[in-house]
Design a protein around this ligand. Structure first.
Ligand code: HEM
Length: 331
């Protein structure tokens, strides 16, 4: 229970800091300008540092996975996506992973039934929940571009219109916000439901989920309930995008809760498991073509060993070998 409560309390306390700071301490400048700039700088430098660190790790050999037929003889049909043999095919495998979570689709569950009998079965819920969570968050974040552009680019406007097609509230309901909240809640509950998942779950698994739920709840409250005036928000965000240091006009404290939790997420991101967002592109089992039969991969940092062939050996010891009655290849 501690590993759930601790991150939950942490997120609640983190939400309280800007709320009190702005409502009672008049710290708008700190929470509206200083902290956002610092958080974005830490996010960008942190991601750069982690990615460069990973990129420098040597990957001398291919790591074929056994899900599909490797390129072989002409009459054996190759599975180009599961076992790619060219960089383009490998890029498609990475993309299918990033966009569709392909390997998660193969997720299985193991259950003990009366007997006792161990039964394995397919489990698509995590795939579906994960997909809904990531895609809806992406849509929410892309939609937020309207705060950072005077006029968002055309594709983003189309996306926004599609997201609000269910025009049932004032202001119009964005489906992606609701889906993000539902999917994040599902991902939390999934960690409680199955005791095996419960045991391996850590505070670091709950914290980012609670943080994102906190951000989404603050956002939804701001839009539909405690309605925030978006004009000063837009003035602030346009200023931030243009590296301005001007103080923000008064905006409700709830906005600063939303923004501060986003800043916490940015600072936390590079040092946490959330870096899987960048790591997936560097995953050797996904991004390396399986061409080990076609091409010999030699470890580039092998020591330069001087090999001695059998012929050279025999040349040196031929006479001694003959004397000892050992067979030789060359007389
Ligand atoms: C990880 C980043 C973020 C997430 C996940 C997020 C999420 C959300 C969600 C779910 C909503 C509810 C309405 C909707 O669905 O659009 C919302 C509203 C809002 N967010 Fe964010 N947000 C993020 C970053 C930001 C940032 C950086 C700002 C500004 C600096 C911001 C400002 C606002 C404002 C002003 C609203 C109210 C919008 C309205 O009244 O139409 N958000 N946010």
């Amino acid at each position: 229970m501690k590993k759930v409560l601790m991150p939950l309390v942490m997120v609640a306390l983190l939400a309280l800091v800007p709320y009190l700071g702005v409502a009672f301490g008049k710290l708008d400048y700190l929470f509206g300008v200083v902290i956002p700039y610092a958080a974005v700088a830490i996010l960008l430098l942190g991601i750069l540092f982690r990615m460069v660190d990973w990129l420098r790790r040597p990957v001398p050999f291919r790591i074929p996975t056994t899900c599909g037929q490797e390129k072989s003889l002409d009459w054996v049909r190759q599975d180009k996506l599961e076992s790619p043999s060219t960089p383009w095919q490998a890029a498609l495998r990475v993309l299918s992973e990033v966009l569709l979570f392909r390997s998660l689709f193969r997720n299985t569950k193991a259950e003990l039934h009366g007997g006792p009998k161990l039964a394995y079965g397919s489990d698509k819920w995590l795939w579906l929940g994960g997909l809904a969570f990531h895609w809806s968050l992406l849509v929410v974040v892309l939609r937020h571009s309207r705060f950072f552009f005077e006029e968002p680019p055309m594709p983003l406007q189309v996306l926004e219109n599609m997201d609000r097609f269910l025009d049932v509230t004032v202001p119009a309901l964005y489906l992606s916000g609701l889906v993000a909240l539902a999917a994040a809640t599902f991902l939390v509950l999934r960690r409680f439901r199955d005791e095996k998942v419960r045991i391996i779950s850590l505070p670091a698994d709950f914290f980012p989920l609670f943080l994102i739920i906190g951000i989404v709840i603050a956002g939804i409250s701001m839009r539909y309930f405690d309605k925030v005036n978006v004009m000063p928000v837009k003035a602030l965000t346009l200023g931030l995008a243009g590296f301005s240091l001007d103080a923000p006009s008064p905006i409700g404290s709830l906005f600063y809760v939303h923004l501060f939790l986003v800043c916490v997420l940015f600072v936390y991101f590079p040092f946490s498991k959330l870096m899987h967002m960048g790591g997936i592109f560097l995953s050797p089992t996904r991004n390396l073509p399986n061409n080990s039969r076609e091409k010999r991969h030699v470890n580039p940092w092998n020591p330069d060993i001087k090999f001695r062939t059998y012929a050279e050996y025999e040349d040196e010891f031929r006479e001694k070998m003959k004397k000892a009655g050992l067979p030789v290849e060359k007389q």
